[in-house]
Structures are given as C-alpha cells and as structure tokens.
Design a protein around this ligand. Structure first.
Ligand code: ZN
Length: 288
C-alpha cells in the first residue's frame, strides 16, 4: 500500500466561560454574568501554552461578550498564529432568535472581533449547534453578514441539538458559505458523535482515538474536534441546583481533561479550520 501523508484534523475551541453554557441558562440569568467569577483568562493561558509547546495552530470560536471584556486575550489568539472566529455575541441559541435579532448578534460579534484583532473573521459556530431544520434561514443570514463558513450543524440525535440526517462532511450549503460539521462516525446506519465535548470526557480516550482513526480510514476525511476552556478547569465554581444530568454532563472528568487533550494532540496532526477546509484564495484575505 502506498504511504499516504497523515491527515490533519481541525482543532477548535469555543471561547466562553462556565456560567455561559446553554444548560445553565435556566439557573444563571444573563444579567448575572457580570457578577460571576470569570475564569476564561487563566484557562486560556493554559490552552495557549499547551498549543505553543507543540507548535499547533487552532481555531477559536470566540464569544463577543468575552472579546469585549478581554480584548488582550483576542489579540493573543491572533498573535499565536491561530484563527479567530465567531461564536456570536451573547451565546443565544439561534432557535431562540428572530432572523433580525440573529443578524444583529452575528454582525455585532464579527465587527467587534475584527476591530479588536485587525483580521477578517470568516467562521461562525452557533451556540449549542442550534442551526437546525426549522431555522435554515440562519444560513442565508450568515452569508449576508459576510461569513465564509459555519460549523453549526451537528449530524447526530441529541436531546439539546442535532440534525441526524444532515451531511457528515464539509459542503457548500449556500452561495459563498460552507458548512463544516463536527465529526461523526457512521455505525449501524447511525451517526455517533466523535468530535469532543462531554463525550470526549465521558468515554475512555481509546474510544475517541479509534473513532477519529476510523474517520480517516473509512471516509478519508479530516476530523473537526472541539472543546471549551472550562472543560479543563477542575476548580471552577460549582453551580448549585442544576439537576443530576446537567451536573454529570458538565463536570464529568474535567480533572482528567488536560491529560487526555495532551494525548490527543500527540496522537494526531492538527491545524486551523480555514487552513484545512477553505480554498487557498480565501485564506489569503486575512487582514481587515
Ligand atoms: Zn458555546
């Protein structure tokens, strides 16, 4: 068999703090966000150092709310050679917004990030992968706001998100807009999440590694992996009264996450979303 070069996966980080996750929304009001202890800087310090140690560039889908309060952090992301992308402004699910409110949210976030960093923001990821069959208009809105790609449609069945029959790989979804879905493995006529988040913390590392290798071997495709800064933070303040399922999903194995990430970074080749998936001409247009 000819020796093929290794496939480079996209490493993506959704830059938000622990009190902003959608599962906590019924327990922590948006108006309380400013009163919570913010831990994004210390967690991002660890992530940026980890990537620098290994000379890995990644894509950071950054929340406008965070960027506004921590502009230095945004500039550090870009200075580290990483891709700056948008996670919207206020971490509202697309399914909770009108088309006009969604446009305001993604336009505001893009402008804010670009003004702080001086680079063009091309990518967007919806909070909780909340672009679903009922709100396909959001894709037109993303194209109108000047985004080149989205990574917002997760082709799995999950109680909080997912479109199980959506395409599993990067594709042109609107004129000028690509959808680059988080990675799944196809088994028994079903898609299984293989992309990170709570699944990566819950299942043994060897299973995650097997799934990513399977995507390389069976589908000859790069994988898209994601995690959040709060997932490596074992000391984050515990949110009381959240119920067993939410508690379990949020905190399971956060104390083991960094060690697992180190193995993952070592076992595969990694890069930025734009470098892996966008045509070379789009990659050159990076200065505002
Ligand atoms: Zn998020």
């Amino acid at each position: 068999m000819p020796h093929l070069p290794p496939i480079r996966n996209a490493l993506t980080i959704d830059v938000e703090d622990y009190f902003q996750v959608s599962a906590f929304a019924p327990h922590i009001r948006r108006s309380e966000w400013d009163t919570r202890e913010c831990r994004i800087e210390r967690n991002m310090d660890r992530i940026l150092a980890l990537l620098e140690e290994r000379s890995i560039c990644a894509t950071f889908f950054t929340l406008g709310w965070i960027a506004e309060r921590y502009p230095t952090l945004v500039r550090r992301i870009v200075a580290g050679g990483h891709e700056l992308a948008s996670h919207g402004y206020g971490h509202e699910r697309v399914s909770d917004l009108s088309p006009e409110a969604f446009f305001q949210d993604i336009h505001h976030a893009k402008t804010l990030l670009q003004d702080i960093a001086g680079v063009v923001v091309q990518g967007y990821r919806a909070p909780s992968f909340s672009i679903e069959p009922g709100n396909g208009w959001a894709l037109d809105t993303l194209a109108r706001a000047g985004y080149s790609y989205s990574s917002s449609i997760y082709p799995v069945a999950h109680d909080h998100y997912g479109t199980p029959d959506a395409p599993r790989f990067a594709h042109q979804i609107r004129a000028g807009l690509m959808e680059i879905p988080p990675t799944t493995v196809r088994l028994f006529q079903r898609n299984f999440p293989a992309s990170g988040g709570g699944y990566f913390r819950f299942f043994p590392y060897a299973l995650s590694r097997w799934m990513l290798r399977r995507v390389h071997e069976q589908d000859q495709s790069p994988a898209v992996f994601y995690f959040h800064p709060w997932e490596i933070d074992a000391e984050q303040p515990r949110v009381p009264g959240i119920g067993f399922k939410t508690h379990f999903r949020h905190y399971v194995n956060v104390d083991r996450m960094e060690q697992r990430l180190r193995r993952l970074l070592q076992d595969f080749h990694w890069g930025r979303m734009d470098h892996i998936f966008l045509p070379a001409t789009a990659q050159e247009a990076t200065d505002v």
